[in-house]
Write a protein that binds this ligand. Structure first.
Ligand SMILES: NC(=O)C1=CN([C@@H]2O[C@H](COP(=O)(O)OP(=O)(O)OC[C@H]3O[C@@H](n4cnc5c(N)ncnc54)[C@H](O)[C@@H]3O)[C@@H](O)[C@H]2O)C=CC1
Ligand SMILES: N[C@@H](CC=O)C(=O)O
Ligand code: NA
Length: 331
């Protein structure tokens, strides 16, 4: 049995989803020869640390009851530097101005030779190249399937399953919250503000939900695809960004009467990276609803390949993190 010691940095919707999935998948992981031992769980107020393994079920109970897991006043970087472990699971909030705690955590992890799996888009949007170089110099694994499309496979799908294909463009819906809002505004005439509040409760919206509705989150995901799949050196400033805040119920209804839905569509190619609300025919493969994401990948050898799946949500996103973990340590 191989033991993988890891920390979970950020214990909100996704960090808790990871804890739940590790508990749910304990026996399965053992059946493939992996014991995953979480030695630290960190949130904004501090951490629970135990080199012998923290009690994840207890962390979940305390987080929900006390709103924190903090038993000691120690930060993510301090945990990385002082607690022996192999893997950092980084799920702190996305911040596209500074990269936030995630930026420091990831560089500190590579500096100490640890592997990183993350759902955090900020650092990858701002310093993709530097992070890759730091991971390479440290000989560390760095995987981030959860950053784009949540559970929907896209980065690993293209780079691993479709290896050898040249990708011409990727186009689709990459934000579950906007898709949820647009779907429910049309189907139930629910109010924009109510659905946004519900999205926050469901754990699908960003910590700062303006990132969702202003198109910023989609733009970050396009930058990650541009870098990870197209090999560009793109940053946020390379994206033309329009969100959904000006889409009215009347516009949605008028479009529907003419056989269309309005969707927040992101598109990346070597020539252009952009996101904006667009009209999509009702029966088109990109016309998926609810929290679904969808991506049509135009490839050189295989033509168009379209994938869809839940783009947000704690357990769904943790599914992508689990697959990255197994990709690193399985076999
Ligand atoms: N919610 C979703 O469906 C998805 C979220 N993501 C990304 O995953 C990350 C986490 O998202 P959520 O869990 O939804 O956010 P959240 O707001 O629910 O949780 C963030 C957590 O990070 C903690 N935190 C804040 N500052 C910290 C610091 N300096 N050190 C340690 N912990 C700190 C908070 O206490 C909280 O526990 C974000 O980067 C987000 O963009 C990616 C895919 C899907
Ligand atoms: N807030 C994001 C979460 C996943 O990245 C979304 O709604 O898609
Ligand atoms: Na994904």
């Amino acid at each position: 049995m191989k033991t993988v010691c890891c920390s979970i940095l950020g214990f909100g919707a996704i960090g808790q989803g990871v804890a739940e999935v590790l508990l749910m998948k304990k026996e399965y992981l053992e059946s493939i020869g992996l014991e995953v031992k979480v030695v630290a769980v960190v949130d904004s107020k501090g951490a629970t640390v135990n080199p012998k393994g923290v009690d994840l079920a207890d962390c979940l109970v305390r987080k929900r009851r006390d709103r924190t897991v903090a038993l000691e006043n120690i930060s993510g970087v301090e945990v990385i530097q002082s607690v022996a472990h192999d893997l950092v699971i980084e799920t702190t909030p996305t911040n596209i101005l500074t990269g936030g705690a995630g930026m420091q955590n990831m560089f500190a992890a590579f500096k100490t030779g640890k592997d990183v799996i993350t759902s955090n888009k900020g650092p990858l949007t701002l310093k993709y190249k530097e992070l890759m170089e730091a991971a390479k110099a440290a000989g560390s694994h760095f995987r981030f399937e959860a950053t784009v499309g949540g559970s929907m496979p896209i980065i690993n799908l293209v780079n691993e399953v479709l290896a050898g294909n040249k990708v011409k463009s990727i186009k689709g819906i990459l934000n579950g919250t906007c898709n949820y809002i647009l779907t429910r505004m049309l189907e139930e005439r629910a109010s924009y503000n109510d659905i946004l509040a519900e999205s926050m409760q469901l754990g699908i919206a960003e910590t700062n939900p303006t990132y969702d509705v202003e198109g910023i989150d989609t733009a970050c995901k396009l930058v990650i695809l541009a870098n990870a799949i197209f090999g560009l050196d793109a940053t946020y400033n390379d994206v033309e960004v329009t969100g959904i805040t000006k889409v009215t119920p009347e516009a949605l209804e008028m479009a529907y009467e003419k056989g269309h839905v309005i969707k927040l569509i992101g598109e990346v190619s070597r020539e252009r990276i952009h996101v904006a609300p667009r009209l999509v025919p009702i029966n088109h493969p990109l016309a998926v609803g609810g929290t679904l994401n969808v991506a049509s990948v135009e490839t050189e050898l295989a033509g168009e390949i379209t994938v869809t799946g839940k783009g947000a949500g704690p357990i769904e996103t943790a599914s992508a993190i689990l697959s990255d973990l197994i990709a690193i340590y399985g076999n």
